[in-house]
Design a protein around this ligand. Structure first.
Ligand code: F6R
Length: 612
């Protein structure tokens, strides 16, 4: 939700920032803007639309200057207009701000400022903050960092902000609470951004700002202080991210690239952890609290969206292999209930971005009730791993397409490994079954590679259904969460209404929707509910629905019933979601692309949902 980039140094700030904003566009893309400090003025450029529109708009401008701030927006307060785009200037024009987050008490602060005669150019909560800082600086006659500290002590909400001062281009002030902010440390130069992707081509040394920290970024050095005005030294970390990982590498879209990366990303999730030949499986990150998981009376999974679907697959793993009851909760619902958490409960929080506000808030609530939290996260150094007690990164690498693909398969891979370890140590799984699972899991990257061979076939099926207005996705057992995931993928990128259902539930309602216009995707791989799913296909066909079936290779029955068939390699029933989801990702990608949709940046969505 909104991406921020700022630069201070000898390079051309505009170039660094515009490039950075393009990398962060997955976080928001309804408008963007840049403020540059040059010749004792703040030059401000803002434009509705994508970052490329800002770039064309500024084509003929003189864009010199080595200090600047930039923003790509996902609207929360106020429509996507030029005026509401960031940066926002203080009333006297001396200060500029970029902000990611939501200021909850902006209305009362705004009223106070209106009473004092301040005027506002936008409807945003962010503009209120910069006017407020200006007001405090004037009233207290203090330095900018002090004014920021005093102002933020009165601000309620979430923020990552960077402030530029027209009269002091040698300094930027940044602060964070609840929204991410990374500072790249170069030689005499600094890069500030919502994540490390705009930074890594310049430096791999970064400081992750913590909540309630203020950074004073000057050419001579970086100083941190907390809200009590106590200074601390920045902890500089080296990050391990390659530039290739954040570029399209010849694919038309990031989503397609990420779908095709899955043999590698699933392999990376297992690397150094699983060695089936030696019978070894270990996840160092969870070792400290493993006994809590082994003796858990109940596991509560907290997640949103696709990560929630991965959690549903994990429910089957933990219940079947470990015999531990599992509840999979939408973090957004859990946090607003008064959930019952008992001593023997363990929480597993799943998130790709590691920044989802609802998941973070649910974690904090569970922690306040004494729960132990395990994290399963992709983005290294993000907020969720810092809020959890222990965790395992999924190592999928940056996922830039807004629709999650490779993160899902890597989450399921890591969750399966955790459940395998727990069941083995608990003795709820036989030695033979455990070893069979290890061997089978190791073959998954290769099977996913084979499933990716369905690319052309998926594209041709997509052509037949690109104009459909509704889709139904059905699956049973392990493939039920896959049905939900397939439907989510389709609706978010192609804007076609789609619903996922447990196949047996169809007769309790959705069957009424079926007619000759209705495509029904049935995940019908050869598993313990194979016979039952054949009956479900027959029920759809009896009502003239069009069946697209995902089947196991060699199936001779379903191809005679279904209208279209996509064959995936055989694997263990429990691991099938890792393979059966592939054709669904491809199908939704091609339908969206054929419809001319913006696959990587679907309307109204953002990759990192840092608002409630
Ligand atoms: C779906 C999608 C979203 C996210 C959800 C949770 O393709 O991307 O549904 O899965 O917003 O995000 P994370 O996993 O970052 O917590």
């Amino acid at each position: 939700m909104c991406g921020i980039v700022a630069y201070l140094g000898d390079r051309n700030a505009f170039e660094v920032i515009i490039k950075g904003l393009k990398r962060l566009e997955y976080r928001g893309y309804d408008s963007s803007g840049i403020a540059l400090s040059a010749d004792n003025q703040l030059k401000l450029y803002k434009k509705t639309g994508k970052v490329s529109e800002l770039e064309s708009f500024t084509n003929s401008e003189d864009l010199n200057g080595g200090t600047g701030i930039g923003h790509t927006r996902w609207a929360t307060h106020g429509e996507p207009t030029d005026n509401n785009a960031h940066p926002h200037l203080s009333f006297d024009g001396t200060l500029g701000i970029i902000h990611n987050g939501i200021i909850e008490n902006y209305a009362s602060l705004k009223q106070e400022l209106l009473n004092k005669g301040y005027e506002f150019k936008s409807d945003t909560d962010s503009e209120v903050v910069i006017h407020f800082i200006e007001d405090i600086r004037k009233n207290n006659n203090c330095k900018l960092d002090e004014a920021v500290r005093l102002a933020l002590s009165k601000v309620i909400g979430a923020y990552a902000i960077v402030i530029i001062d027209r009269n002091d281009p040698s300094r930027l002030i940044a602060a964070r609470k609840g929204s991410p902010l990374v500072i790249g440390v170069g030689k005499g130069e600094y890069f500030l951004a919502s994540d490390a992707t705009p930074i890594i081509e310049y430096t791999n040394e970064v400081v992750y700002l913590n909540d309630f920290e203020i950074a004073i970024v000057c050419r001579e050095g970086l100083t941190l202080k907390n809200m009590e005005d106590v200074e601390s030294s920045p902890y500089i970390q080296k990050i391990d991210m390659e530039l290739d990982a954040i570029e399209k590498g010849g694919f038309k879209h990031f989503m397609l690239k990420e779908i095709f990366e899955q043999p590698k990303s699933i392999g990376d999730a297992m690397r150094g952890r699983l060695n089936a030949a030696e019978g070894q499986l270990a996840l160092g990150g969870i070792r400290d609290y493993l006994n809590r998981l082994i003796s858990a009376d109940r596991i509560i999974v907290l997640a949103c969206g696709t990560s929630w679907h991965a959690g549903l697959v994990a429910e089957y793993f933990f219940e079947e292999w470990c015999r531990i009851p599992v509840e999979v909760e939408y973090a957004s619902e859990f946090r607003y209930r008064n959930p019952i958490i008992k001593e023997g409960d363990v929480i597993i929080a799943i998130s790709q971005s590691g920044e989802t506000a609802d998941t973070l808030a649910a974690i904090e609530l569970a922690k306040s009730k004494g729960a132990i939290i395990f994290g399963v996260v992709n983005a290294v150094g993000s907020s969720i791993p810092r809020a959890t007690h222990v965790g395992a990164y999924i190592h999928a690498g940056p996922e830039i397409g807004v629709a999650s693909t490779k993160a899902f398969t890597s989450q399921v891979t890591v969750l399966s490994m955790i459940a395998m370890i727990v069941s083995y140590k608990k003795g709820t799984i036989s030695e033979t079954s455990y070893h069979e699972l290890l061997v089978e899991l190791e073959t998954i990257p290769e099977k996913v590679q084979i499933a990716l061979g369905l690319d052309q076939r998926s594209q041709s099926i997509a052509r037949s259904f690109m104009n459909a207005t509704n889709f139904l996705y059905l699956g049973r057992g392990y493939n039920f969460p896959v049905a939900l995931e397939g439907a989510l993928k389709l609706k978010e990128i192609s804007y076609i209404h789609a619903e996922g259902y447990p196949a047996a539930e169809m007769k309790h309602g959705p069957i009424a929707l079926i007619d000759e216009e209705m495509p029904v995707v049935v995940i019908a791989t050869n598993d313990s509910s194979y016979e039952k799913i054949i009956s479900n296909i027959q029920e759809v066909k009896a009502r003239k629905g069009k069946v697209i079936a995902i089947v196991t290779e060699g199936d001779e029955v379903i191809p005679r019933l279904a209208d279209y068939v996509l064959e995936v390699p055989k694997t263990h029933e429990a691991l099938m979601p890792l393979v059966s989801v592939i054709p669904l990702q491809l199908l939704s990608y091609y339908i969206a692309d054929l419809r001319g949709c913006n696959v990587d940046q679907p309307r109204n969505l953002a990759k990192s949902v840092t608002v409630e």
